[in-house]
Ligand binder design. Structure first.
Ligand code: DGL
Length: 272
């Protein structure tokens, strides 16, 4: 079982920002990555819809023999994490939540900004995280409609990207935020543009390294870490166009799909 792959999924390419940290921290591990690009973006979908997609994906990853699952999507975690843990109690399932705790520890101005999708802000996980860690710190929520779509299209810089980012960053800056939390796994792919626009005085937090470390701890605690003799293999699946996804994977994280890009078809995904 310890030689089995880790399953990572997201609505699209965003979870690759988590994938690259997992591969960096746990280089011996094999990973299967699923992108539900037939349904991206998740952020404006109903909780019921997102939960249904996530359950199908988790079942698919289990059928592929995964030993653990990373829900590399804040939106899916906000809506479906508890549901998945109940449905698959035998698997360690690691989710993402906006990095409010480190931001609260870091801020000097007493104001932090969180960038995320509408569904993430509406979820109980986010409310609980803020309730638990914010204390006296003011948390400014910035819904970023359209940003995940831009990353999906590979538009990580340029006039349109800058204009959209400015429209999201300006209200947080005006409120006095000195720390910005990237509360969606798509956003680390535009972190350079964000840093350029906000300047060097602001901290911009990507939670992916902490998630990868946490995953390592969970696997170690369950005796599921791959031993030194494992040969790591990485597979990528999409519910949409495999050729386009193959190019996106190469562009965003420098990896290539193994041999033929694999299609994980919606019909298969939604079977049963
Ligand atoms: N990557 C997803 C997240 O972390 C969101 C993108 C979407 O709306 O599908 O929230």
């Amino acid at each position: 079982m310890s030689g089995a792959p880790i399953g990572i999924f997201d609505s699209g390419v965003g979870g690759l920002s988590v994938w690259r940290q997992v591969v960096h921290h746990l280089p011996d591990e094999s990973v299967i990555y699923l992108a539900d690009q037939a349904h991206v973006p998740y952020g404006q979908r109903s909780a019921q819809e997102i939960r249904a997609y996530c359950s199908e994906i988790a079942a698919e990853l289990m059928a592929m023999g995964c030993k653990a699952i990373v829900v590399a999507c804040n939106t899916a975690s906000a809506v479906a994490l508890e549901h998945l843990r109940q449905a698959f109690p035998q698997l360690p399932i690691v989710g993402l939540e906006p990095a409010v705790k480190p931001a609260v520890e870091l801020t000097r101005s007493g104001v932090v900004g969180v960038m995320a999708t509408p569904a993430t802000f509406q979820g109980e996980l986010y409310r609980a995280t803020v309730g638990r860690w914010a204390g006296d710190v003011k948390v400014v929520e910035q819904v970023c409609i359209g940003l995940a779509d831009l990353v999906e299209m590979g538009e990580l810089e340029g006039e349109r990207c800058d204009a959209l980012l400015r429209s999201f960053l300006n209200p947080m800056l005006a409120a006095g935020a000195d720390t910005i939390v990237l509360g969606c796994t798509h956003y680390p792919f535009v972190i350079e543009a964000i840093r350029r626009l906000v300047g060097p005085g602001l901290a911009v937090l990507d939670p992916a390294p902490a998630v990868a470390r946490h995953l390592g701890e969970r696997l170690a605690a369950a005796s599921l870490l791959c031993s030194g003799s494992c040969r790591s293999e990485h597979q990528f699946f999409t519910s949409a166009d495999p050729q386009a996804f193959d190019h996106a994977v190469a562009r965003l994280v420098g990896a290539r799909c193994l041999s033929q890009p694999l299609t994980w078809r919606e019909g298969e995904l939604l079977r049963g």
